[in-house]
Design a protein around this ligand. Structure first.
Ligand SMILES: [Zn+2]
Length: 265
């Protein structure tokens, strides 16, 4: 787990910037455990991270940020990544990706409700493009679900291990940021495994937006189904998926269970 109070240092790759950050030593795990997935989440944490704030001038002063530590692997059978192809598929789920601004030279991006949609996401090549695309997906999901007028982030690659990246992204709601992280990584792994993106993933984003206004409505799947024009059984399955992606908690879904546990303590 990366901790700004630890004594060991790691340097990010210098094509991003020359800044070092403090972190604990982590072992480079057996790559066999990543077979079948192009990426995995190493850690999710939250903070203001003043040591990196100056790297993206669009970061709001002292804004709360998600820090996502990510390992990205290019499967051996894939000699290159077709970025336009992956991007094109993701746009069906996240159509507002086209509205992002992306800085030339440094890999930082931001979203704001503007009409400047000429240059979406820059590329530098290799797995870095995939980590960077995850940053934009998270920005997009957070901005649309939690109604953020602007949201900015930055992708930082490690020198060692080369497969590791730190993504810092402004956030308003931690549960939305957790969902955005888990869901984005899931979508990317899903795409790289050769599967197509089901329309139900689009519905999952719609449900996350719907519940953001009033999370207690998860206890009324019939009302959600009626409001969204879905079947109740379909709605229950999507609610369960939001639990798996850490947008919802078990206690929220089964409040009576948590009351029972509290009484038994
Ligand atoms: Zn960018």
């Amino acid at each position: 787990m990366i901790n700004s109070e630890s004594q060991d240092k790691v340097a990010y790759k210098n094509f991003f910037f020359q800044k070092s950050v403090k972190r604990k030593k982590t072992a480079d795990k057996d790559k066999n455990s990543y077979l079948g997935r192009i990426m995995r989440i190493v850690n999710i944490s939250f903070g203001r991270f003043p040591e990196i704030s100056y790297l993206n001038p669009r970061f709001k002063p002292r804004s709360l940020k998600l820090k996502l530590v990510l390992d990205v692997f290019l499967p051996k059978e894939k000699k290159s990544i077709s970025f336009p192809q992956i991007y094109g598929k993701l746009k069906k789920i996240l159509p507002t990706l086209d509205k992002h601004k992306c800085c030339v030279g440094l890999l930082y991006g931001s979203f704001s409700y503007s009409n400047e949609s000429d240059a979406p996401i820059k590329q530098v090549g290799g797995v870095t493009d995939i980590a960077h695309l995850i940053e934009h997906m998270i920005i997009d999901l957070e901005a649309s679900i939690s109604h953020m007028p602007t949201c900015s982030g930055i992708t930082c690659g490690y020198k060692r291990p080369e497969v590791r990246f730190d993504l810092f992204i402004e956030c308003k709601d931690r549960s939305v940021a957790r969902f955005a992280s888990n869901f984005s990584v899931f979508l990317m792994n899903h795409l790289f495994s050769g599967k197509s993106l089901s329309p139900r993933y689009f519905d999952l984003v719609s449900l996350a937006k719907y519940l953001y206004k009033d999370r207690s409505l998860i206890l009324c799947p019939e009302k959600i189904a009626s409001d969204l024009g879905w079947k109740v059984s379909y709605t229950r399955k999507r609610i369960k998926e939001l639990l798996n992606f850490k947008y919802l908690t078990k206690d929220e879904l089964n409040p009576s269970d948590s009351v029972k546990e509290a009484k038994n303590e």
